[in-house]
Design a protein around this ligand. Structure first.
Ligand code: ATP
Ligand code: MN
Ligand code: MN
Length: 301
């Protein structure tokens, strides 16, 4: 059989290193970044990303031919990724069990990238106990044409309301259009309680200020408003993981941000995979110390 020359010539990857094929393939055609550049981004950012990406069920956005071609959401472990992509069996609604995937280290991230992954989305739960959620996300989705200033104000208002209930929250720029308000939680409650709290919180906001907020997914009801997408907090739902690249124009990334920095942001996608040095330094900075971590439980409401 035919031996492909690049295969034949390639030295075996050193132990522990993940071989990335087609490093020169351009996967972000409008900004020019390659698969190799994406792998280098993830290698550099892994120390900052792993606290949020490791040991939780993941869904991957894979675009083997680049973001401009066909992309698909992959939830299940097909077994083809490699030794550092682990699986965790999860019972589905229909009673059957499926293997979901999770990673533990940079090798796991890179084995996903090798398979064409651009985005990493995580469940709000650890793979060691998939019935006890530990992260709530309010995904603020503005109607088209809404000013980003309105999104920032909404995020701050949500922070204040959560704070009134004794909950600390953190802001993340999605790398797309909106902001995610992230609430870390001690895993001491059920999915049912998790979802109920998120739904009631979003509904209370939309009832208090119906001209600003909606808690229903309907695009028609979103006119001029922000959809507080609480549906990210149902069992089986995911939210993009901090520091994940986005399969969007410009190779943007989802980025944690301090509340005091948010007001200076012009949009939700100021950073790209070209900024790994800057983002790595930021992750170590005082502004982001402790971002995404808190020991706290849902209040009784
Ligand atoms: P933006 O700020 O542009 O809204 P986003 O990441 O919040 O970016 P959304 O479309 O609001 O994008 O989706 C929120 C989350 O829903 C995503 O981060 C992802 O985890 C999940 N999601 C989106 N599309 C799918 C899909 N096709 N299948 C499963 N989950 C999805
Ligand atoms: Mn969103
Ligand atoms: Mn959404």
């Amino acid at each position: 059989s035919e031996v492909r020359p690049e295969r034949a010539a390639a030295a075996p990857a050193p132990k522990g290193e993940v071989k990335i094929s087609s490093r020169d393939r351009v996967i972000f055609p409008d900004s020019g970044q390659t698969k190799g550049a994406l792998a280098d981004y993830y290698t550099a950012i892994a120390p900052a990303m792993l606290p949020f990406a490791a040991n939780r069920p993941l869904s991957l956005v894979r675009c083997p031919q680049g973001r401009a071609k066909k992309c698909f959401f992959q939830k299940h472990d097909s077994g083809a990724f490699g030794d550092a992509v682990q699986h965790v069996p999860i019972t589905e609604k229909n009673g059957g069990t499926e293997d979901y995937l999770y990673i533990e280290n940079v090798r796991g991230i890179l084995q996903c990238v090798q398979m064409g992954t651009i985005e990493f989305h995580g469940w709000g739960v650890r793979s060691s106990n998939v019935e006890a959620p530990d992260r709530m996300v309010f995904d603020l989705d503005p109607d088209e044409g809404l000013d980003f200033g309105d999104v920032k104000q909404a995020a701050r208002d949500i922070r204040d309301r959560l704070s009134d209930m004794g909950l600390v929250s953190f802001a993340m720029l999605s790398g797309g259009k909106g902001v995610h308000v992230v609430v870390p939680l001690t895993p001491d409650h059920s999915w049912e309680a998790h979802k109920d709290f998120a739904r009631r919180f979003a509904e209370a906001l939309s009832m208090a200020e119906p001209e600003r907020f909606t808690a229903t997914m309907s695009k028609a009801k979103r006119k001029g408003k922000i959809f507080i997408d609480w549906l990210r907090n149902q069992r089986g739902s995911t939210a993009v993981v901090p520091y994940s690249a986005r399969a969007r124009s410009g190779a943007t990334v989802a980025v944690p941000i301090g509340w005091n920095e948010l007001k200076d942001m012009a949009d939700a996608h100021p950073f790209s995979i070209d900024d790994s040095k800057l983002l790595g330094d930021r992750a170590e900075s005082k502004t982001l110390a402790g971002w995404g971590f808190a020991e706290q439980s849902l209040p009784d409401v």
